[in-house]
Design a protein around this ligand. Sequence first.
Ligand SMILES: [Mg+2]
Length: 384
Amino acid sequence: MKITRIDQFSPRPRTRLIRIVTDSNIDGWAESTLEGKPKSVPATIEEYSQYLIGKNPLDIEKHWQQMYRSSFFRGGAHNMSAIAAIDAALWDISGKYYGIPSYKLMGGNVRDRIRVYGHWGLKDLSDESKIESKKRLEKLSKLGYTAYKSGPSGFWRAHEPPSRIDKFVETAYTMRDWVGPDIELSFDFHGKMTPGLAIELCNEIKGMRPMFVEEPVPQENADALKLVSDHVPFPIATGERLLSRWEFRNVIEKQAASLLQPDVAHCGGPSELRKIASFAEIYYQHIMPHCAIGPIALAACMMVDAVTPNFLIQEQVDQSLGNGLLKQDWKIKDGHIELWETPGLGFEVEEKEVEATYEGFEYGYHGELGGETYYENDNSVADW
Ligand SMILES: [Mg+2]
């Protein structure tokens, strides 16, 4: 079997896809989205296609090694996202070639279904926000969710007055009151706090028993993250912006976080996600793969979740259930998605939908991420 070409599509906002085509009537699909950078990953994939065309798609590890090492300039978000997409598509092809789900080729599943969490929150304590938030909670719990993630909204300076902190704390406790003690709630600080402020906020909310706080500080400095972890009595998570084992190394070895969130579409694909998880296993850390894009990336995450003993829960946003791109949406029952039994990554694409081209407002640098963000009082750049 040989790879004959790689097709690329961008059918939705925040959705770039690849199809690796072979000479054996087997295609592999993957998501190549790097949010806010719609042109750079497709260009990198185009460059890698010069190496891949004519090669056997079943040599997954060899191709990973070749792409990672022959680049000479290793790592980087564009490069690792391109490798990630190619790697996932090759796992899809391999499963289809052998006629089994791709997770069976990675050691076989250690669980039968994948626990997921959705995004739900209470923006503020106004009546309007409460009504809106209650409606969404009702909708999500009807869909089958039993775990949610939210975040403190807005920009946060190095420190904030008590009124600002109190509002967030009250919101967190209100959410706990609404859902009761059987539902898990967590918060994403989105890397926009300083260690001191993050420690203060985490200690204020510890009584409502969060499942975890994510990215209390930005991702670059494992020592700053460890400072937070050492002063907080519940799990701290990080990793959506860390790429490959080498970037996770400090966080894992310093035990700066107990929950790791590699993004399968950015960290080097299912092959690399599996290795990061194995590395973390020796420190009793668990993975909760980040997935804020679409249903094909979710499949690549779940392939690894299925075979990983130290997996805790899978992130999953509304659009990743299907978004019109799959013939059958992923379905949640009792907080879990059942593993598939069909060959490959377990989905069939809606050809017409995936081959469409989207060029609307929400596309690209300003549309897909936070846009330009500044503090109101002095117009300096703020993290969102
Ligand atoms: Mg996050």
